[in-house]
Design a protein around this ligand. Structure first.
Ligand SMILES: [Zn+2]
Length: 361
């Protein structure tokens, strides 16, 4: 009987038959010797629970300890139920959720949870907390980011070894490529005004889907203003159609290689609905004004780079989605000062989901 039951339980909760039969033996012994061995029994039960917990644990002790230290519990995401059509959906299979104070911070495969633990290991507690907060906000679905609004935080450039820990080798490659590009621009441009005219170098890359690192500066503000006045476009009351006109024009002038991607166009469409006609429909921190960054959403360097990368990834046969953006990395480097170029309110929403190389202190 114990063996049969052992096999049955072993199948469902995956602890070994040895453990089970041992427990049966312990209980049998206990029944015969109550209350003489009550303390011994306590010890046995503790030992049993511990070994049981070890067997059913998916991750190594290190991983559990690290998350525990940060107040995070690892939960298995339940497998999604069978659809009405009768087809089971494997989406939830082998997915784990990191839960902190009842809220999901991260969701990913076993490997992703382990990779994240690896990243967090190199950080002190405060840095790890910041990183997890960031991660949580990136995981908010796009249509809900507007409820959260925009916080104008000023990040700094992380040190190269931090970049390696936080963003991996691909992050280091992006960091170096953008940094070289900034250096080249500075060397070539004798006048600060020409650097001021294009503001930043923004690189975006993908960890999984393509090797390319796509970089853009802003459009020349001089050139853009000329086009806007010629076309009668008012920045402050701009609409999606105006942004599309800018893309078409810059495409014809050879400043970009790709027109606006439908994915970006959809984000922009929602963005215009949310911000309202006078660009004040979305809450933001008091240290920011929509007016300060030019009012014409969707045309800054980081969005141009993201847009081009979307086309390139799609050309390889992948479907573009919010999910896919979560494995992008971006890096915005100011051309005039040795700083991260902060993403403005508009770009913040357009690039939602992308992990940018930046550090908040
Ligand atoms: Zn921007």
């Amino acid at each position: 009987m114990p063996f049969k039951a052992g096999r049955l339980v072993g199948k469902t909760v995956k602890f070994g038959i040895d453990t089970f039969t041992r427990l049966i033996a312990v209980i049998a012994y206990f029944i015969k010797n109550i209350p003489k061995h009550i303390d011994t029994l306590k010890g046995w039960i503790d030992e049993f629970i511990e070994s049981l917990a070890k067997i059913t644990r998916v991750f190594s002790d290190d991983v559990y300890k690290l998350y525990e230290k940060l107040g995070i519990t690892i939960k298995k995401v339940p497998q999604q139920p069978v659809l009405a059509s009768g087809i089971p959906v494997p989406v939830g299979d082998n997915l784990y959720a990191l839960v902190k104070e009842g809220k999901e911070v991260f969701r990913g495969s076993k490997i992703e949870v382990e990779e994240l633990a690896e990243k967090l290991k190199g950080l002190d507690d405060a840095e790890a907390k910041k990183y997890l907060d960031e991660l949580r906000s990136r995981q908010i679905p796009f249509h809900r980011v507007y409820e959260k609004g925009y916080v104008y935080d000023k990040p700094i450039i992380p040190a190269l070894d931090e970049v390696k820990i936080l963003y991996g080798d691909k992050g280091v490659e992006l960091y170096n490529t953008v940094t070289r590009q900034v250096r080249n621009f500075r060397k070539k441009s004798k006048f600060k005004n020409s650097l001021r005219d294009v503001v930043l170098v923004a690189g975006v890359t993908s960890k999984k889907y393509v090797k390319d690192i796509v970089m853009h500066t802003n459009f020349s503000n001089k050139k853009l203003n000329k086009f806007l006045s010629k076309s009668g476009i008012n920045r402050q009351t701009s609409k999606l159609g105006d942004v599309k006109k800018v893309y078409k024009y810059m495409l014809s002038e050879g400043h970009i290689k790709y027109d606006i991607h439908p994915f970006l166009e959809n984000r922009l469409k929602l963005h215009f609905e949310k911000i309202g006609e006078f660009h004040n429909g979305v809450k933001h921190s008091s240290n920011y004004s929509w007016r300060q960054t030019g009012d014409l959403p969707g045309i800054h360097a980081e969005v141009l780079s993201m847009n081009e990368l979307l086309w390139r990834i799609e050309a390889k046969g992948y479907k573009i989605s919010d999910e896919l953006l979560k494995e992008f990395i971006g890096f915005n480097r100011n051309l005039l000062r040795n700083r991260v170029m902060i993403r403005c309110g508009d770009c913040n929403f357009m690039t939602h989901g992308i992990e940018f190389i930046e550090k908040f202190i």
